[in-house]
Design a protein around this ligand. Sequence first.
Ligand SMILES: Nc1ncnc2c1ncn2[C@@H]1O[C@H](COP(=O)(O)OP(=O)(O)OP(=O)(O)O)[C@@H](O)[C@H]1O
Ligand SMILES: [Mg+2]
Length: 505
Amino acid sequence: MQSQIGEKLPTILTIYQKMNAEKDLPTLLDLVAQEAMRLIEADRASVFLLDREKQELWSIATLDGEQIRFDARLGLAGAAAMTGQTINVEDAYKDPRFYRKIDGRTGYRTRSLLVVPLRNQEEEIIGTFQVLNKKGGTFNKDDEGILEALAAHLATAIETAQLVEELKLHRKQLLDENTQLRREVEGRFSTQNIIGSSPQIQNIVRLIEQISDSSVNVLIAGESGTGKELVAKAIHYNSSRVSGQFLALNCAAIPESLVESELFGIEKGVATGVERRAGKFEEVNGGTLFLDEIGDLSLSAQAKILRVLQEGVIERVGGRKAIPVDVRILAATNKDLEAEIQKGNFRKDLYYRLKVIHIQMPALREIPEDIPLLANYFLEKYCREMKKEPKKIAAGTLRNLMNYSWPGNVRELENEMKRLVVLTQRRLITEEDLSEIIRNSDNKKMPLLLMPVLSLKKAVVELEKHLILEALQTHQQNQRQTAKALGLSRYGLIKKMKRYGIKQN
Ligand SMILES: Nc1ncnc2c1ncn2[C@@H]1O[C@H](COP(=O)(O)OP(=O)(O)OP(=O)(O)O)[C@@H](O)[C@H]1O
Ligand SMILES: [Mg+2]
C-alpha cells in the first residue's frame, strides 16, 4: 500500500500554522484533537498533560467537554508517558495495560487505540496524544507517523500557550497589585490627611481641591516641618496626573555642579567617562516634579527651569537637541524668595512663573488652635502603628503644647507624640511625660501674664529672660543667630545669659 503521508502533508502544514496561531491552551488542544480526528479518521482524539508532581495525566477538556484525571502509571496512555514510546493496539481490551475504568466512567467503548508521547524541546515528556477507534479498521504505520508529527509540533505549541498563560496571569497579578498600591498611596496622600480646622489650613485644603484638575505650577512656602511636602503630594495625588509619577528632588542636597545634569540629564562624553543619562524632567514626564528648597538653585539652573516652564522643552547638559517634556512643577521654599530676588540670588521671572498659585504654610505657633487636633491625630496614628493601647493627653498638658513655640513646627510635634507613644506606659499623658523644653514652655509665657503684679524692674528682667529663652529656642540654641535676632552682640548675649542663669541645653 502506498504511504498516505505525502498526500496529507499540506493538511499537516496547515494544522501546524493553526497551532502556531493559537495561544489559548484549551482552544489549542480542542483544535488539534479535531484536526487529528479528521485526518486520521478516528472516532475520538484526546490530549493528556502530565502532572509531574502528582504523577497524573489529565485532560483540559476532551471533545465532549469532560475532564479526566488519572494515575500516570495506569493504562496505555500512562505506558506511553512512562516509556516514551508510541503504542498502537488493535483491540484495547486484549491488552493487559489497558485501563478499563475510564471507559467505565465515560460509557465509551474503546476498540483500537493509538497513543504517542508529547515531548518538549528538552526531550522531556509533557503528556500524551491519543486517537481512538479508527473508522473501518485499525491504525496503521501512516497513522502513527501522522500522529507523531502532530505531537512533535503540539508539544511546543502547548509550552508556548502555557507560558503565555503564565505571563498573562503574572501581568494581571502585577496590575492588581499596582492598583491596590496606588489606592493605598492615594489614600495616604489625600487631603483628608492634612489635619487642621484653622482657617489657614482649611483654605489650603480647599485650594488643593480647586486646582486638582489643572496643571498650574504651585509655589509652597513655609518654615521647615510645616507640611510643604505633604501638600505637594496631596496636589499630585488629587490631580489628573495621578497615573504619572511624583518625584521629589531636594535642590539643596545636590552639589551645585551636579544639579543641572540631575535635572536635565547629560549627553555622553561631556566629560571623560560620562555616559548618556536622562534627568529627572525626562524621568517624570507626564507626572509631577517637586523641587524642594528651590531657593538654593543656581542662577543657571533657574534659567533652564524657566525655559521648561515657558517652552515645555529641556536640553541635556552637553546636548543641542530640545526635548519636549510635560511636567508639572511644584516648588517649595523656606526662604523668603522676594528677599532673595532683591539680593540677586533668585530670578524674578522664574518666581512669577512658579507662583501662579502661592501657598503659604502657617508656622505651627500661628495656628495653636490646631495643636490639640494634630497631637491627638499623631498619638492615635503611632499607637495604632506600634500596636499600643490608645492614649489621651490631659487637658492641662494640652495647654503646655499650645504654649510652646514649636520651632520645628508639625514635624516637631509629630516627633514628640511618637516619643510619648514609645516611652510612656500609662494611658493618660501628663505634663511630666513631655520633653523638658516643652514642659517649661508654660513658665516662659507666665512672666508676661504676671507682669502687672511685678515691679517694673522685675518685669523687665522677666521679660528679657523670656525673650532670650524663646529666641534661643527659635534659633536652635545658636548664640550668634539669637544675638542677632535680639539686636545684641554675641558677647552681650552671653553676659545676660550668665546674669539670668540661663544654661543652654
Ligand atoms: N497639617 C498636617 N496634618 C498632618 N500631618 C502634617 C501636617 N503638616 C505636617 N505634617 C507632617 O509633618 C511632617 C513634616 O511635614 P513635611 O515633610 O511635609 O514638611 P516640610 O514643610 O516639607 O518640611 P521641610 O521644610 O523640613 O522639608 C510630615 O510627617 C507630615 O506628614
Ligand atoms: Mg520637605
